[in-house]
Ligand binder design. Structure first.
Ligand code: ATP
Ligand code: MG
Length: 671
């Protein structure tokens, strides 16, 4: 594998380690490159050594009352809590008796000092418009829109659907809901009418906040029309639709149901008291990405969620007043909720929001933004990083990225090759990378390096965050040995854990708390190396069993990506009479590479060399694109059906491009 090459600009010690790794045929199972934070970075960081991390982590598990009681004091409580945790599996109550308001914590409390006039949100629209909202301005807009919601009969506990483009009004609508104690459920702007209807019915929303349209790669997305289609037939509980004017296109306005955002503002003032909410009051419902099946309506509550969001921004991103922080996730995903809106604003940071795609109008749009706003902390997904690699380095070279000091990733395991590229090409070899493992259900980071303390290795999310008691166990709940694969479980409740699946107590219990008594399990497989680092190897349902050997999808995919011709890959098992399962690899190649039988043979040999004979692919299928969810995750369950020659079954509504499936099914294989 090309590890030697990738490790070139790395520190001397790491290069030596890389050499050792590349001579080891088990390779990805033994990633030896270690990147320690620089002394300069550590000196300035809030957590600056492993000793400090360990001490705090231990305290957080042994004395959660003390640890979280202290951390929670950094939030503004209108009524103090009397008890930190009340836990009766699977029901957790954090900060019992306490009252607080999320919008008050994200806005009002920053207005007393110099943050009042600091940028809270920096926004750039796809066509290039720019807007900055200071804390004071954002506060005013949130109060006004909260009054609009009240005017439209939204009450505490009501569900408000937000289906908007990536514009400040999306964040304003979310914060306005929290101000009056309504729950929001944000639906990604790329979803169809059908997906909207499913979610409206599932959560029983009376109101939808949307826009006439949004921009995506130069085209206009007909958001309002999708809402109209979803509500056709009148068999939903929706009574009101508030429409923000974004694109100015003509839209249908249904008398008695639809109102314009800007017209409504004419009737309200900018005074709106924040309602003191119980710590356990429902805050929002968010549907999961649907990688493994029908999306689940995950319920989060107020105090614990906000604390974890703030704490992780403080310790993981180590955000400071002079940072310009950019999370590229869409607001429709949990990452957009916790790490674009709630976490950074609770901490009083500056959060950048960008409406468009990374390759519009050209492949360097992200780098242009980083340069222009002097972004210091950048948080994106492996799927984006793999696209950047595919497009080539020349796009980066045009821009000065020297403002960056810290990088992060989330969403999927990051392949070591992609990690190295991110580290060297984007971070200039000097920025720590925080590879954060978490889920919609967990509300915030669970496994992650702390950038001033944790030595990182390409491809591992390293160690548990404070309060997180993670372990890898076999089916009986016994901890497995070093480098052995098992199920990743969390053995203690944590503040931002989900409190349920909306309207389905039984599914909540069955999905997360039934495999192991008293422990949380949400489907991922992992292993731990000798230093205790956690390596996510993929969904447990996707793990391959080849001739009695368990192979993680992430490992085979990383081996393929380490070949210079491969841009992206997805590996699935296919029933095989002899071996139990055969290994089928779907591969997209880099620009300018010809996909033919020779390359397929070469890739088979490559995987064999990198991982070992057991992983040798039975079939390489070249594809123009892989099926992904709208949040960019590969949908392996569909590929499994294609590999087995079956018809596609199950929910495909969260698929990004349905045509990809038809193309893949039509393609016959290796040439
Ligand atoms: P569904 O539950 O509906 O199938 P989903 O699991 O894709 O959808 P999310 O909650 O958005 O929905 O994704 C969480 C999952 O993403 C994790 O369970 C894990 O598989 C993967 N993941 C997230 N971050 C990382 C990471 N840093 N490393 C490895 N895997 C990650
Ligand atoms: Mg999931």
């Amino acid at each position: 594998m090309s590890k030697k090459k990738a490790a070139k600009p790395a520190p001397k010690k790491a290069a030596k380690a890389a050499k050792a790794a590349s001579s080891n045929n088990k390779s990805l199972l033994v990633e030896n490159r270690v990147f320690k934070p620089s002394a300069e970075f550590s000196k300035k960081a809030r957590i600056s050594s492993m000793a400090q991390y360990k001490k705090m982590h231990e305290e957080s598990l042994k004395h959660p009352d003390k640890f979280f009681g202290r951390e929670a004091k950094e939030l503004n409580w209108s009524k103090p809590f009397t008890k930190v945790l009340d836990w009766k599996c699977p029901n957790a109550k954090w900060f019992v008796g306490g009252k607080l308001n999320v919008s008050e914590n994200c806005l009002d409390r920053h207005l007393e000092g110099p943050r009042k006039t600091k940028a809270a949100l920096i926004w750039e629209g796809e066509p290039g418009e720019k807007r900055v909202l200071t804390y004071q301005q954002l506060h005013r807009e949130v109060c006004r829109f909260a009054n609009v919601l009240k005017r439209n009969k939204v009450k505490k506990g009501d569900r408000v659907i937000i289906y908007m483009p990536m514009i400040p009004e999306a964040a304003i609508a979310m914060l306005a809901c929290t101000r009056i104690g309504a729950m929001h459920s944000v639906i990604f702007g790329g979803f169809s009418a059908e997906s909207i209807k499913d979610r409206v019915l599932d959560c029983g929303a009376k109101i939808i906040v949307t826009a006439d349209g949004g921009y995506r790669r130069g085209a206009v997305v007909p958001l309002k029309k999708n809402v109209d289609d979803a509500l056709k037939g009148g068999d939903t509980p929706v009574e009101t639709v508030i429409v923000h004017r974004r694109t100015g296109q003509d839209v249908h306005i249904e008398e008695g149901r639809d109102v314009w955002w800007h017209r409504e503002l004419e009737y309200v003032d900018a005074n709106c008291a924040a309602v003191a909410m119980d710590s356990e009051s429902p805050l929002f419902i968010l549907y999961t990405s649907g990688s493994t099946g029908k999306p689940k309506g995950i319920l989060h509550t107020t105090g614990g969620y906000l604390l974890h969001a703030q704490m992780t921004c403080k310790y993981v991103f180590d955000l400071r007043d002079d940072d310009v922080y950019w999370c590229t996730a869409d607001i429709g995903w949990v990452t957009g909720h916790t790490y674009m809106v709630y976490g950074p604003l609770a901490l009083g940071a500056t959060s950048l929001m960008f409406e468009g795609a990374p390759n519009w109008p050209e492949n360097d749009r992200f780098w242009k933004i980083i340069e222009e706003y002097a972004v210091t902390v950048f948080y994106t997904a492996p799927t984006a990083i793999r696209s950047f690699m595919k497009w080539g380095d020349e796009w980066l070279k045009k821009h000065d990225l020297s403002s960056l000091r810290l990088l992060g990733t989330v969403g999927e395991p990051i392949n070591p090759e992609a990690w190295m590229w991110y580290h060297n090409k984007v971070g200039g070899g000097k920025c720590p990378i925080v590879d954060t493992w978490w889920q919609t259900e967990t509300g915030g980071h669970m496994l992650t390096p702390l950038p001033g303390a944790t030595p990182t290795k390409p491809g591992t999310a390293t160690l548990p965050f404070f309060g997180v008691d993670a372990a890898i166990v076999d089916d009986l709940g016994k901890e497995v040995g070093v480098n052995e694969q098992g199920k990743l479980v969390i053995r203690k409740p944590w503040p931002s854990m989900l409190r349920g699946i909306w309207g389905d107590k039984k599914r909540y219990q069955d999905a997360y708390w039934s495999d192991f008594k008293g422990w949380y399990f949400a489907g991922d497989g992992a292993r731990r190396d000798k230093d205790g680092n956690f390596w996510i190897i993929g969904r447990i349902d996707d793990v391959l069993n080849v001739a009695g050997h368990r192979l993680g999808t992430a490992e085979v995919e990383s081996a393929l990506i380490s070949h210079p011709s491969v841009a992206e890959s997805a590996v699935v098992g296919r029933p095989d009479e002899m071996k139990g399962q055969g290994v089928v690899c779907f591969v997209t190649v880099k620009e300018g590479i010809t996909a033919n039988r020779e390359l397929a043979d070469e890739l088979k040999k490559h995987v064999r060399k990198v991982i070992g004979p057991v992983a040798t692919p039975d079939e390489i299928r070249f594809a123009a694109a892989l099926p992904k969810t709208r949040s960019g995750k590969i949908m392996r369950r569909l590929l499994k059906q294609i590999a087995a020659g079956e018809l596609i079954k199950g929910d495909t509504t969260t698929l990004e491009d349905i045509n990809v499936i038809a193309q893949l099914a039509a393609s016959s294989g290796e040439d």
